[in-house]
Design a protein around this ligand. Structure first.
Ligand code: URA
Length: 242
């Protein structure tokens, strides 16, 4: 079945203004579908098959948007929160109309890679516990991390609620009173990385997600910045088999 939408809703959701503003465009005769001036703001169109012109410019329809954000500290990974700014609040205005949501959650104090999209199917697949999509983190941890801890993470550690984690990969970058590590986990329990380190009597001081599936955080993005994924990156994200 063809997917049709009201033209005022379509354009409003694509950043052309409120429905009232779209009505005004129509009144001004500035909207055309397949060369014909639109008269009715409730007209249904198939955005994939119709040629829509807004004030003489051809409208390029995009069903889905995929952004990579370098999430900053102090911001909540949800679409709406009473107390704190959310990752949706800090999106550039040009993306606010697309109803984007974060794929999964990072804690308020965790920074790094967060995918924002309106593609529910892809989000579902990336988050499905059955898919075991790997997530890689860089962490600064209090206390010495050694080979023994690598073995413990490999076996799986028991969290405070008794849950035994899946095998994870711990890599030591620097060890000392404060250690630097990378960890790859294949699941996403609540506060998982912090609780895994608590299970070995360490405390996470700083946490940054640097990779999800095969998608690597663009290190030119400052905290709080985002950019659209390239076509290649969208393929990387979908391809979790590599
Ligand atoms: N693990 C955590 O403890 N926090 C996060 O934000 C992500 C993984």
């Amino acid at each position: 079945m063809r997917d049709t939408q009201r033209i005022d809703k379509l354009l409003s959701n694509s950043g052309f203004g409120t429905r009232k503003e779209i009505k005004q465009l129509i009144k001004n005769g500035a909207l055309k579908v397949n060369g014909n001036i639109v008269k009715d703001s409730g007209m249904h169109v198939d955005p994939e098959r119709s040629m829509i012109e807004v004030a003489g410019e051809i409208f390029k329809y995009r069903k889905y948007i995929y952004l990579m954000m370098n999430k900053p500290q102090g911001v909540i990974s949800s679409t709406d929160d009473k107390k704190h700014a959310t990752v949706v609040d800090i999106l550039p205005d040009c993306y606010k109309c697309f109803n984007l949501f974060p794929v999964g959650r990072l804690d308020i104090d965790t920074v790094g890679l967060l995918i924002m999209t309106n593609d529910g199917q892809l989000a579902h697949e990336l988050l499905s516990p059955k898919k075991h999509v790997p997530k890689k983190y860089y962490a600064v941890v209090s206390g010495n991390i050694n080979e023994e801890h690598i073995g413990l993470f490999k076996k799986g550690v028991i969290l405070d609620d008794g849950y035994n984690t899946l095998p994870s990969e711990l890599k030591i970058i620097k060890t000392g009173d404060i250690s630097e590590v990378e960890v790859i986990i294949h699941e996403g329990k609540f506060h998982q990385i912090k609780r895994m380190f608590e299970a070995i009597d360490k405390k996470v001081k700083y946490l940054k997600r640097i990779k999800m599936g095969n998608l690597i955080l663009d290190d030119t993005l400052s905290e709080g910045e985002c950019r659209e994924l390239s076509d290649e990156e969208i393929v990387l994200l979908r391809d979790r088999t590599i």
